[in-house]
Structures are given as C-alpha cells and as structure tokens.
Design a protein around this ligand. Structure first.
Ligand code: SRM
Ligand code: SF4
Length: 567
C-alpha cells in the first residue's frame, strides 16, 4: 500500500488535535495526585523541550511496593551553535542545583539537559532560565531541533559566521505557536482564540524530528553527514563564500529490522550564504510533504530520500528554491574531535577547550565552571562531542580564568581513545536504553587503554562511541569503534568508520560483553600497530585490510557482513 493510503500514525492525530501544541498540558500541571502528565500530552511536551521519564533504577522496587513510578522530567534547552553567555550558564547551573538532580548534561547537539525535574518545578525552572533569554522551544519534537555548529573560536570571524548561520536557521525554522510562552511564562492568550499560522510546518508539523548542522572544515566536530541537513562552509581567502549542502543523514535503527538503517547524508549541491535559510526551509517543506506520516520508524528524511530517489528529491528541492543549488565544491575534513587546550585568535582573545567525560558536569568541575562564569567574561561553548570551551576570554582576564581552570582540575588530559569518546545518556533515565552507556564506557576505555598503551598507541586519536540502544544518540555508526547496546552488559561491535566521519562503520561482532570486546579488539589493535601505513587512521586500516567491508551507503549498512554474522 502506498504511504499516502496508509492510516496516519497516532502522533499525527495528537498534533492535529493539540491546538498548536497546547493539548491539556496546562491542566495536567495542576493535577497533584500523580507526578505524570496525560499520555497524549507527553508527546506534545517534546515540542516544548521536555520528556517525561522515570528512574529505571527504582522501577522494580517501586513496583513491588505498588507505588507509582518515580516520575520526573528531562528538560533540554535550545542553544543554537551551543553558545551561552556566562549569565546564561549561571542560570542553567542554578536550575540544575535547585530544581534538577544537581548535574548538567552537555549533549551531542550542543545543548544542556537537566534530569530529575519534578512536575511542580517545571514552570519555575523555565521562568528562571527565560529571564536570561534561555528557552527550550523545539528542542525536541517533530520540528527542526537545536541547530549545531562547529566550535572553533580560534577561527575568529569564520567561527562567528558559522555560529550566526546556525542561529539564523534556528530562528527561521522556529515554530510560530505561542504555546510555550503561554504555558510556561504566563503570556496572555490572544483574544478570540489561538488560530495561529505555522507557515513552514503547518498544523501537524513534520512527520518526524529534523536536525541541521553547520560545519567549518577542516574539523567535522558536528558530524555533518549524520544530520538530516548540513551546511559545510567553503572558505576562500579567509571568507565563507558559501556552503556545500548535505541531506539525508540519520542514525536511528531498530535491532532485527533491516529496513531501518543509519545513513550518511548525500552532498547535493552548493549555495551562497544568503540562500541558506531558503535551502533549509525548502528541504524541510519537501520532507513535510513527502515524509511517511503512517510509520514513525520510516518517517525521517533519510527514508524519504531513498524512497523518492536522491535525484528526484534534489529536483523537488530545486523546484521550490528561489535560486537552484549549484554543483558542490571541493572540501576536506581532517577529524571529528575537539582541539583541546589553549588557543588564541587575532585580537588577543584566548580560548580553552576542556574535556568533560560523557558531557556530565557535576561536583567540583561544576563549581569551577560557576566561578569562571561569575567572572562575567568570555562565552561558554558546548561542543557536539559533549565537551566545553570557555571562549573569547579578553587578555586582561586570561590569568584569572587560567588559574580557576588549573585549581578545579578542568585541564585534565585524556588519552587518544578517551578524548575521542562519546557515550549517550542511557540508564537510568532513558526509557529506551537496553544497556548502560554513560555509566559504563569510561570503565571499558580503561581496559582498552591498557592494550593500546602496550602497543605504543596511547596517544593515537581513535574515535569510540557507545549507545545504550540502536537509536544512535552518540552517533555510534560514524565512529571508528562503535558499540550499541543489545541487553544489559551486551553490545554489538562496529568497526571501520572514517576518522573524519565521512564513512559509516560495519558490524564486526554481535552480542559481545566486556571480555569478548577486549578479546576481539586486541588483535586488531596489534595488527594496526604493526601494519598500518604512514598516517593511516584506525578506521581506514580495518577497511583496507578487510577486517570489515566498507559501508558506502545506508542501504548497504546491513550488507557484506562476515559469514558468521549473516543470518
Ligand atoms: Fe537522542 C531519543 C538522548 C542526540 C537519535 N534521545 C532520545 C531520548 C529522548 C529517549 C526517548 O525518546 O525517550 C533520549 C533521552 C535520554 C536521557 O535520559 O537524557 C535521547 N539524544 C539524546 C542525547 C542527550 C544523547 C547524549 O548523550 O548527548 C542527545 C541530545 C541531543 C540534543 O541536545 O538535542 C541525543 N539522538 C541524538 C542523536 C545525535 C545527533 O542528533 O546528532 C541521534 C542520532 C541522529 C538522528 O537523529 O538520526 C539521536 N534519539 C535518537 C532517536 C532515533 C531517531 C530515529 O530516527 O530513529 C531516538 C528515539 C526516537 O526518536 O524515537 C532518540
Ligand atoms: Fe537512550 Fe538509546 Fe539514545 Fe542512548 S541511544 S540515549 S539508550 S535512546
């Protein structure tokens, strides 16, 4: 049956009936007999930037005691390009301490997540942050999410330009509904009802989430090809002359369902800087009108593009554009990692990029960052690798910031594997987690570091990413080593993505626990130490030597597996 004839998914009805994302959320806040919200509203709150969750560590015990689950909410901010003023950092930190679980979680999309906010704390938390111009509108939901951008403050004007591009796209694609302001900030309702136009999205918004990145080569710290849409800056004579456009990337899949797959975006053309918003809008509207609204598992742009054919998709975008896309230009990425430590830009401002394990800011590090923010200088920049930069520090404040960084141990060094690691949140908060990730990856890395150190590879930059389920929140399929949760303690092991994140990896071992992971990787590391070519990266080595076959497109992600993995 054609997707047009199939019944719409339940979420489409919820959106259509929601009165532009209001539902009965406001009423639910007043119900004190439960810590939860109505089922349909929990779908709508995503558009407001938060998810209902429960502490999975406590589920069994509370079940035994016949108690309601330990409901609380995860709030995700909207922070285009990951940039915050010191005052905004302080406002967010205060919410983390006073209204959430005392930690801040820097995410793979350059935002902050708070966990453990109970229902009665939601409104105060939003209001406190809004005073510093922070909001969570469209941080989740079937809309354009937080727009990410490369964090290269040392690149001065070029970095400013990509950050501004990200901010402009975010503003252009922001929903028009005033629901968020009404419910959380108390903005007065428009007299005579709320028939608001959503000129880009329409009443039922997009078929599924949508993600955009702006990358500044040579660093691919935003994983451009993992995004629904990416703009890759083309620089000539120290000026951005335009952007290559990539479309159709996405990570999520479901174990055992090969018609779901991660997919790298296709480079579909080039546009000038003044065309960016138009390109973003028209790609979004082609997806709005052609995406699968009957099956949320096949609703992302990547499936729309494979169903339409890439050529037809590009033609449909060009038909809507004011000026058609030009042929893509040459560009090259060197790595996906962050450039840690101090750097300076023209004009004397300094910048420090610090490593934050799995993006979790807590304890002494949190205190040190508060002291830095209290100096009121520079800007805080969250990277898409879950790390943090204190940027644009004026020369007069450099020593004060440097002293705090040293005093609070914010300059901790990590080896080549650890500094290139990403772990998604997973347990205990994520309702979809099948296995640990954030709480476990550091321990596994310690085991692997010992092997690498014995081979003289302790400082080798190798990307490793773990997720607690196949949804791919840590972009594990773009990693030289990828680990994806199956059941507690058991993962699928993927190898062979490129260090630049231009190629995906391939399944190497199925259902392996810690001992089997270390045992499987040790001989591959040994061969790499012995037989690698000059400057060859680990991901390229395993493909060249046939440890795994090369993955060329999303459609061949599940193909060409080694014989014992075929079933
Ligand atoms: Fe994600 C769902 C956490 C980036 C693909 N993601 C979730 C939820 C909300 C679970 C849920 O639906 O109940 C997770 C909340 C866990 C928790 O307790 O905090 C969650 N995703 C995260 C974060 C926090 C991971 C992290 O450790 O940093 C990232 C927050 C991003 C942000 O700030 O906006 C995060 N998620 C991603 C990415 C990476 C990216 O965007 O660059 C992906 C893969 C790229 C993509 O979208 O294809 C990603 N998340 C998913 C999916 C699979 C979507 C799909 O197309 O299949 C889900 C599940 C879903 O949507 O049904 C999901
Ligand atoms: Fe949760 Fe899975 Fe995303 Fe990890 S990858 S945060 S387990 S949805």
């Amino acid at each position: 049956m054609d997707i047009i004839e199939r019944p719409l998914s339940a979420n489409e009805g919820i959106k259509a009936r929601s009165n532009f994302l209001r539902g009965t959320i406001a009423d639910g806040l007043n119900v004190v007999s439960t810590g939860s919200l109505a089922d349909d509203d929990t779908q709508l709150t995503k558009f407001h930037g938060f998810y209902q969750q429960d502490d999975r560590d406590l589920r069994a015990e509370r079940g035994k005691q016949r108690m309601e689950k330990a409901f609380s909410f995860m709030v995700r901010l909207r922070i285009p390009a990951g940039i915050l003023t010191p005052a905004q950092w302080l406002a967010a930190e205060k919410v983390a301490v006073q209204r959430a679980n005392g930690t801040m979680r820097l995410t793979t999309r350059q935002t902050i997540q708070f966990h453990g906010i109970i229902k009665s704390n939601l409104r105060p938390a939003f209001q406190e942050m809004y005073r510093e111009m922070l909001d969570s509108i469209a941080a989740c939901g079937d809309v354009n999410r937080n727009v990410v951008a490369s964090v290269h403050p040392w690149a001065g004007k070029l970095h400013e330009a990509v950050s501004k591009t990200a901010d402009d796209i975010a503003t252009h694609l922001l929903p028009h509904s005033r629901a968020w302001h009404e419910i959380w900030i108390g903005e007065e309702k428009v007299a005579g009802g709320v028939e608001e136009a959503e000129p880009i999205y329409g009443k039922t918004y997009l078929p599924r989430k949508f993600k955009i990145a702006v990358a500044l080569p040579p660093y691919n710290d935003v994983d451009a090809l993992a995004q629904d849409l990416a703009f890759i800056a083309i620089v000539e004579k120290n000026k951005i002359v335009g952007y290559n456009v990539a479309a159709g990337g996405g990570m999520g899949m479901t174990h055992g369902e090969p018609d779901t797959y991660p997919r790298p975006g296709d480079i579909i053309g080039f546009c000038t800087p003044d065309q960016v918003n138009d390109v973003a809008e028209k790609v979004v509207t082609v997806q709005r009108d052609n995406g699968d609204r009957s099956d949320r598992k096949h609703a992302r742009l990547k499936y729309t593009m494979d169903r339409m054919g890439v050529g037809n998709f590009v033609a449909a975008v060009n038909e809507r554009l004011n000026v058609k896309l030009q042929p893509a230009r040459e560009f090259a990425f060197e790595s996906t990692g962050d450039r840690f430590g101090w750097s300076k830009s023209a004009g004397g401002k300094s910048h420090f990029v610090m490593y934050i394990e799995s993006g979790r800011v807590a304890g002494r590090a949190m205190e040190g960052l508060r002291k830095i923010a209290e100096l009121g200088v520079g800007r805080f920049m969250i990277t898409a690798n879950q790390n943090l930069a204190i940027a644009d520090i004026p020369a007069r404040s450099h020593d004060a910031v440097a002293a705090l960084i040293a005093a609070y141990g914010l300059d901790q060094k990590a080896g080549g594997l650890r500094r290139n690691a990403i772990a998604c949140v997973a347990l205990p908060t994520c309702g979809l987690a099948l296995a640990e990730s954030e709480r476990y990856l550091p321990q596994l890395i310690t085991r692997l570091e010992a092997v690498l150190a014995g081979l003289g590879l302790a400082e080798e930059d190798i990307t490793i990413r773990m997720t607690g389920c196949p949804n791919g929140c840590g972009r594990p399929y773009m990693s030289e080593i990828g680990l994806v949760g199956r059941t507690p303690g058991i993962y699928n092991l993927y190898l062979g993505a490129s260090h630049t994140s231009m190629r995906m990896n391939k399944l190497f071992k199925r259902d392996v626990g810690e001992e089997a992971i270390v045992a499987a990787l040790t001989p591959v590391f040994e061969a790499f130490a012995k037989d690698r070519r000059k400057d060859e990266r680990f991901g390229d080595f395993v493909v060249r030597t046939g440890v795994v076959a090369e993955t060329k497109t999303g459609l061949d992600f599940h193909e060409n597996l080694s014989p014992e993995l075929r079933n």
